[in-house]
Design a protein around this ligand. Structure first.
Ligand code: NPW
Ligand code: ADP
Ligand code: K
Length: 510
């Protein structure tokens, strides 16, 4: 797992650690990691020109102190002080002593930089960039290394209220910050490197966790010699309609290829389902009399109306875990869920989440973690909020690192429902099932598209973004790019990719 903590937690841990150390130790550790990362990103320092954007807090101090190290190793470093009277005095003196330049904070000073270090604000920043900082950031042409957090990104929420720095890479200290892992902030952070400054023993449980291959491998339900199809989990799928038969085919496919022992399908798309998946058990009646299942998936392509509402009500009346998605979400009430004895998992995208919360979609997209928590609390469910960085409620909340924008294709969510339903039926608790489903689904997207996404960017050679696997892949590519462009995919390609992805992830845990 990659763990992220809130700012107040980081500050408390920092205070506890600082009490045991001489003054300035933590800033020195942070600056050493930052300078080493800049050197690695540039591939050498002699003759390189580095510009520091320096704010009035300790984030600017980190940049100045790293600048002093970079000067000593042969770079030409100039500092643009946004608030010359308040720049960190000790770090400013260190830069001067090393031979760095203090120059006017104007756009012209940025023109010849090979690298720009963003030390405007870190965890103390509030709101988007102020006008002078925004004007300078707009003038930057070189790759930017953000110090701790890209300035203008809210470290706790990932919200970007106004303008913010778009970094090629972010060097963060002590622990990941929520805003580096959750969109929109994640998209501004580039490749993220964590520098250990000794905070670990002082940090309590995380606020947010991003799983890696090994975490998911441990959860995958592998069959044993004693397994039979019922023991592996039978998934009930109540999905599809005359109008949307394909959603049923995709959800059933997601469940079958996602490890279910068997799938029972209930609904009007029986012919389409059986034509594509002869192994499915189709049922002509209502969900209530379909036979025993270990988990239900209800909603994809269900359509609207009394029949759809009745289907949802019958499924929710069962005593097994239920995943409610898409059209099923129209008929969900906290009252219905309160009466349930088994877990309920909902999987809305931002638009559906907005409807469930009675707010605008933009509000959900701006503050995704907060929307997730509100959904879980208001409905008494586990919530999975879809998006590029899909979130799952729990303690800690989970953020999926394997997404790719190629997943934004019709029917992709139906595959996720079926897959996650299979994991619920196998007995995974809802948070783990949802996290595992999102992780495998994202990897299936990357595999099917033969690439991560169109956002190939500069990273450190040997270190990149999102997962340790990305880092290993980036190390094999001379440019150090984590992502390769890829190609369009269909939802059925995702279904096909699930088997190989399952194999890859489970093998990594052996
Ligand atoms: N925690 C740790 O373990 C360690 C932390 N370390 C480092 O300390 C950093 C935190 O430092 P910090 O607390 O001094 O706050 P910081 O991020 O520099 O920003 C505050 C300043 O910015 C200003 N400002 C605010 N909003 C703004 C805006 N929108 N646009 C422009 N300006 C804005 C605000 O000004 P004011 O509002 O007062 O005018 C205030 O002066 C942390 O991120 C890490 O880098 C490491 O050195 C070692 C270990
Ligand atoms: N820009 C994006 N980047 C990464 N993943 C995305 C993006 N947009 C959508 N997705 C993923 O694609 C899937 C789309 O699901 P959904 O919106 O339910 O589509 P549909 O209803 O067509 O099946 C979700 O898993 C979501 O996380
Ligand atoms: K910063």
């Amino acid at each position: 797992m990659r763990f992220a903590h809130r700012v107040e937690t980081v500050r408390a841990a920092e205070a506890a650690l600082m009490a045991t150390l001489p003054d300035g130790t933590l800033m020195a550790r942070a600056a050493a990691g930052l300078a080493a990362s800049c050197a690695q990103l540039l591939g050498g320092l002699y003759g390189r020109r580095i510009a520091l954007l320096v704010g009035s807090g300790a984030n600017g101090g980190d940049a100045l102190l790293a600048g002093a190290r970079l000067v000593r190793r042969g770079a030409t470093v100039k500092a643009l002080l946004l608030d010359p009277d308040r720049a960190h005095p000790g770090a400013l003196a260190a830069l001067r002593l090393a031979g760095g330049w203090i120059v006017p904070a104007t756009a012209a000073q940025l023109a010849d930089a090979d690298l720009v270090v963003d030390g405007i604000t870190g965890i103390g920043g509030r709101g988007g960039l102020r006008p002078h900082a925004a004007e300078l950031v707009r003038a930057v042409r070189a790759p930017v290394v953000a110090v701790d957090v890209p300035s203008g990104v809210d470290a706790d929420t990932g919200e970007v209220a106004g303008e913010a720095v778009r970094a090629a890479a972010t060097v963060t200290f002590g622990t990941y910050k929520n805003g580096l892992l959750i969109d929109p902030g994640h998209a501004y952070a580039g490749a993220v490197r964590l520098i250990d400054i000794g905070l670990g023993p002082y940090l309590p449980g995380a606020d947010l966790a991003a799983p890696q291959h090994a975490d998911v491998a441990r959860l995958l339900p592998l069959p044993t010699a004693a397994s039979d199809k019922y023991g592996r989990g039978v998934v009930g799928v109540a999905a599809g309609s005359e109008r949307y038969p394909g959603a049923a085919v995709l959800a059933v496919g997601g469940a079958l290829c996602g490890g279910a022992g068997a799938v029972r399908y209930v609904g009007p798309a029986r012919e389409a389902v059986i034509a594509r998946w002869p192994e499915a058990l189709v049922h002509a009646g209502a969900p209530g009399d379909a036979g025993r299942v270990q988990a239900w998936v209800v909603g994809p392509g269900l359509g609207e109306g009394a029949e759809a509402a009745e289907t949802v009500a019958q499924v929710l009346a069962s005593d097994v875990p239920v995943l409610v998605d898409a059209d099923g979400l129209r008929y969900l009430t906290p009252h219905q869920i309160a009466a349930r004895t088994a877990p309920t998992l909902i999987t809305p995208h931002a638009g559906e989440a907005a409807r469930l919360l009675g707010v605008d979609r933009a509000q959900v997209e701006a503050r995704r973690l907060s929307a997730l928590r509100k959904l879980a609390a208001a409905y008494g469910v586990t919530a999975l909020l879809k998006g590029n960085t899909t979130l799952v409620s729990g303690t800690p909340a989970r953020v999926n690192p394997t997404g790719t924008p190629w997943l934004a294709t019709a029917g992709s969510g139906d595959v996720l429902s079926g897959l996650t339903g299979a994991l619920l039926a196998a007995g995974l608790p809802p948070t783990e099932a949802a996290m595992t489903g999102a992780y495998l689904h994202g990897l299936a997207g990357r595999r099917a598209a033969q690439g991560g996404g169109p956002t190939g960017r500069v990273g450190w050679t040997g270190e990149a973004r999102d997962t340790e696997r990305d880092e290993a892949a980036a190390a094999r590519r001379p440019s150090g790019e984590a992502y390769v462009p890829g190609a369009p995919i269909t939802a059925m390609d995702l279904v096909t990719a699930l088997g190989p992805v399952w194999r890859e992830v489970s093998a990594s845990g052996l």
